[in-house]
Ligand binder design. Sequence first.
Ligand SMILES: *[C@@H]1O[C@H](CO)[C@@H](O)[C@H](O)[C@H]1NC(C)=O
Ligand SMILES: *[C@@H]1O[C@H](CO)[C@@H](O)[C@H](O)[C@H]1NC(C)=O
Length: 395
Amino acid sequence: MKFVHTVLALAAGLSVAIASGESPSVRRLFRRNTTPSDVNGFKGAILLKNGQQTSCEVALMRNTYGFVAASCLDYLDKDAKSVNQSTIYEVAISGGNQVSYGTVMVSRVTPNPRYDPKTFANNLAVVEFTGNGGRYEFVNYIASWRPDWSSMYYVRRSMVSTMWNMPVVAPYTESSEDLAGCARANRLFLQNQKDMMCNKMSTPSPLNSTCSVPYGSVYGVNGVNIAIAALYSHSAIYGDNICGGNVYNYYTVMENYVHWAMSVLKTRVPVYHSRVAEYTENMNPEYTMTIPGQPSDIDGVKVVGGDIYRIKTEEVPKAEPEAKEGEKEKKGGLSIPAIVAIVLGALLVLGLALYLYRKKQKGKLGELSRVRKWWMFGGMGNRNSQGPPAYPTHY
Ligand SMILES: *[C@@H]1O[C@H](CO)[C@@H](O)[C@H](O)[C@H]1NC(C)=O
Ligand SMILES: *[C@@H]1O[C@H](CO)[C@@H](O)[C@H](O)[C@H]1NC(C)=O
């Protein structure tokens, strides 16, 4: 039971909980119609640096703290260990629609100690604000159970001076083609699909309508409920055109970092999930993604992150400066297509061997072998099972 936190208190199969076992508070924040306009009912926030809005959205947890991408902060060193405290950080909070909820000073930023600025692994920071979140206390919830999310809303919040624009909201359901392209373009995603989301969707930059930018945040949709699930992390660009070329955008799923945030904040934080027996919480405050070895980037692909409004095409780093040298050969130089070919070849041989084996058994196994076929391809087996749909690609 220690690692399985099951909440039984709420009807309708839904739980709003405080991470790590505190009794759930009964709130009705999450019963929506679940249309994209419902996102307007949630408070949202963006990070300001030196008085200017950035593309970086803040995932609010309460009126005094939230998550932001670690890549959105300024650092004094290349390893992103010490934050530039001379930059003025503020958080502008919207009432959910175009109503301003005030702008507050940031009192402390804590990048995840396992944030890797080269690959954008563990790209989250906890941001704490002074004051009272503009007016009065509120709670927003982090979506903490990925199997809940039957689809997603990608959201871009932005301002014109101190006025909020209507959030841009794009519904999206993951497709296997998108995921395959996302995995080809970025090793971090390839190795950490349960902690990331990705697609090619973009929206016009509020600062330059001819330049497309990623969305800022992602909400998980669960029946009539929605909750914030992921924040923009980085983009992988084939070629030079960050504004509308062949660009994949990656988002960090926050659920595995909730207990790290708790260790920073020294308090429990609000999470949202379905009331299902399988619900588990990652309670490791030192949780880390798998950080890809060298070369971490794919040939011909440039990776950028942070405040995407201000990255100019000419500033996009040159593709794979080190990838061609040394390391690649040391690793054996297997390209992704080569690995795929080897795996497919191995599966083919295995399949043939099984076929011959079965033939030899001359139907002795009968039904059993049919069952076993499904067991072998187990990940897909849940499709016909009951209850909430399993997350087909990641679990
Ligand atoms: C730190 O931030 C200040 C204000 O944004 C800036 O002027 C300064 O150049 C930054 N320092 C470094 C080392 O980047
Ligand atoms: C706006 O974006 C376009 C690319 O689509 C770029 O050529 C142009 O320089 C940008 N304008 C500004 C003011 O940054």
